[in-house]
Write a protein that binds this ligand. Structure first.
Ligand SMILES: [Zn+2]
Length: 261
């Protein structure tokens, strides 16, 4: 059976002398894996369209076993992501996270939309760190974790002071602080920001100017939730961490000035 899917390449692995095995996430049918014959050869018409992050239309023949990628027609090669080390690092983290948290052939228009919008935003040079943070928060429900962020996770109150509880996976109000000795106190600004990341569309997050410390705080919370609840270890994360510890590795760029939280 031959189908034309709208998809994004999550992963592209060399296979044998000339082939590649590609994993793509499609809008219509979710994640799939296919053999791209000859795609390793630079002259192949499949060479460019099978590169990681490429967004396009893909003609796949499926049958028993792994499908075959017959043709690809690029819509966007995500050139900035490919050429900028920092953008590549964060985009790699996003595609790996989505690859690890999804099953083959489980169509989810939400996941496709998130992947598409996130890569597009990074390619348009929005802050890749904020975008990847957004994806981490948004993928929590896909990973089976549903944080309680609209009210106190214990008593349901929406008023008072709040803290984040890893035990309850969500906010606790000051009346319920005693049920978790390890909760993390947060400011009203941090509370609003966590809600923002969990609920607003990506364009709004992309245009926020966030301080480094704010992003570090948000990241510490969401990654602790992943470590404790989901338990995925991502290869691209150690490279990102290394990059964040040694920013001098990155070419100097004009950065937008931090303008508060
Ligand atoms: Zn409470």
């Amino acid at each position: 059976m031959l189908n034309k899917w709208e998809g994004i390449i999550l992963k592209s692995m060399p296979y044998g002398e000339a082939n590649k095995i590609v994993t793509l996430y499609t809008r219509e049918a979710g994640k799939m894996t296919a053999m791209a014959r000859g795609a390793k050869k630079p002259a192949s018409r499949l060479a460019a369209v099978t590169q990681t992050f490429t967004y396009g239309f893909y003609l796949l023949r499926s049958g028993r076993g792994m499908g075959t990628l017959e043709q690809g027609e690029p819509i966007d090669s995500m050139r900035h992501i490919r050429e900028d080390l920092e953008a590549t690092a964060y985009a790699s983290y996003i595609v790996e996270l989505i690859d690890r948290l999804t099953e083959d052939r489980g169509a989810s228009p939400n996941v496709f939309g998130l992947l598409h919008d996130a890569l597009h935003a990074i390619n348009e040079q929005y802050d890749p760190e904020a975008i990847s943070l957004f994806v981490e928060w948004k993928m929590l429900p896909v990973a089976g974790v549903h944080p309680v962020l609209h009210q106190c996770a214990n008593c349901g109150s929406t008023e008072g002071e709040f803290a984040f509880s890893f035990q309850e996976i969500g906010f606790l109000c000051h009346r319920c602080f005693q049920i978790d000795p390890y909760l993390i106190r947060i400011t009203p600004t941090q509370l609003r920001l966590i809600r923002t990341f969990y609920t607003v569309p990506i364009e709004q997050v992309g245009s926020l100017k966030l301080k480094k410390a704010t992003k570090q705080f948000m990241k510490k919370i969401v990654r602790t939730v992943y470590d404790e609840q989901v338990g995925v270890r991502l290869k691209s994360r150690s490279f990102l961490d290394q990059l964040e510890r040694t920013p001098e590795l990155l070419p100097q760029k004009e950065k937008p000035r931090d303008e508060g939280e």
